[in-house]
Design a protein around this ligand. Structure first.
Ligand SMILES: NC(=O)C1=CN([C@@H]2O[C@H](COP(=O)(O)OP(=O)(O)OC[C@H]3O[C@@H](n4cnc5c(N)ncnc54)[C@H](O)[C@@H]3O)[C@@H](O)[C@H]2O)C=CC1
Ligand SMILES: O=C(O)[C@@H](O)C(=O)[C@H](O)[C@@H](O)CO
Length: 310
């Protein structure tokens, strides 16, 4: 995720420093960024010059001090382990000025937990991107009662400047908006697999061609209005009582992780790969760029019509 966000900032003209602990991680980051930019160039969505400028804007280092000194904005995107994040913030706060904003790309932790050892909790904020962050339009911004208003404003403006659509949460909550919905949704996907109703592949086919088809243009709430809320009420009433309400991670998922079936990282997850997902990532990015272009063209048309009406 970190390299995707770095790419996004660099594309917007910012000088970005990526820090990782190992040279090999930095090499992987550089390769992933170059591949991602190349697809954009191949599709005529980015010039070769812009690609080179973007690559020039990114500096790589294994030295945290070198990476973060004299910077205005830091994005932490290390694994989702609270202790590791807290240790890292302690080091960061001992290096940077009080004014530096520290953003986290956490998928789950609220700021109340992330700032429990912070010297200056007011400078912390959550910018939750979606994978791949350089392409998915939304960033959730989560603040809490201690977050400085200026930190929220600067972060919001930065997200807009780099072409994202920020959604600011009104209240702090574990998992924010999307991952709460995603986990509720996944709970039922896992339940259907455990009940033997369908396979993982069946779920992907069914969802891609139904909700997945609709939701880029017509969200789940608007979809209910278009369907009719009496039907929504009947559907919720008839199905809700039959849904999984487990609070456990399913046994089969734990077993997959234990057997190192981690998805593309180990070439086996719900599907099998032989190239660490290189083909799957290419196909995903190719499709997402087509969708992004369609959305951007439609937005531009809407703006044009609105100004013509004025
Ligand atoms: N994978 C995803 O789809 C998404 C992940 N996130 C969040 O973004 C964060 C990162 O996730 P991923 O990119 O998936 O993880 P990742 O494991 O692919 O990347 C994290 C990188 O941080 C490195 N790292 C670990 N400890 C470190 C330390 N102390 N200092 C410097 N580097 C360190 C790891 O070696 C690894 O290269 C997590 O908080 C995750 O929940 C958010 C949105 C989507
Ligand atoms: O889908 C995403 O990119 C995000 O909702 C996440 O934060 C999660 O980490 C997700 O990728 C894991 O399934």
């Amino acid at each position: 995720m970190g390299h995707g966000v770095a790419q996004l900032l660099a594309q917007a003209g910012y000088i970005v420093r990526i820090q990782a602990r190992r040279e090999t991680s930095l090499e992987t980051a550089k390769k992933m960024i170059t591949n991602s930019l190349k697809i954009m160039v191949d599709k005529g969505m980015l010039s070769q010059d812009k690609m080179e400028q973007t690559l020039d804007n990114i500096k790589y280092t294994t030295d945290l001090l070198e990476a973060i000194q004299d910077t205005d904005f830091i994005l932490e995107s290390i694994p989702e382990v609270l202790e590791t994040k807290l240790d890292t913030y302690e080091i960061i706060e001992s290096i940077v000025s009080e004014k530096t904003i520290i953003a986290s790309n956490t998928s789950t932790f609220p700021l109340k937990e992330l700032t429990q050892r912070a010297k200056h909790p007011g400078r912390f904020i959550i910018t939750h991107y979606f994978n791949p962050p350089q392409l998915v339009p939304i960033v959730e911004i989560a603040k809490f009662e201690k977050t400085d208003e200026n930190v929220v404003k600067v972060t919001y403006d930065l997200m807009k400047e780099i072409g994202k659509t920020p959604v600011v949460l009104k209240k702090e909550i574990t998992g924010f908006i999307v991952n709460r919905i995603q986990v509720a949704f996944l709970r039922e996907c896992f339940n259907l697999i455990e009940l033997g109703v369908c396979t993982a592949e069946d779920i992907d086919i069914a969802v891609r061609g139904s909700m997945g088809f609709k939701w880029a243009f017509c969200g789940p709430m608007e979809s209910q209005d278009l369907a009719g809320l009496q039907t929504t009420q009947a559907m919720v009433y008839n199905i809700e009582q039959d849904l999984s309400n487990t609070r456990e991670v399913p046994k089969f998922l734990k077993e997959m992780v234990e057997k190192s079936e981690h998805g593309i990282r180990s070439n086996k997850g719900f599907y099998e790969y032989d190239d660490n997902g290189a083909k799957a990532i290419y196909t995903r990015d190719d499709n997402f760029l087509d969708l992004l272009k369609l959305i951007q063209d439609k937005e531009a048309k809407k703006e044009k019509t609105a100004s013509a009406v004025k």
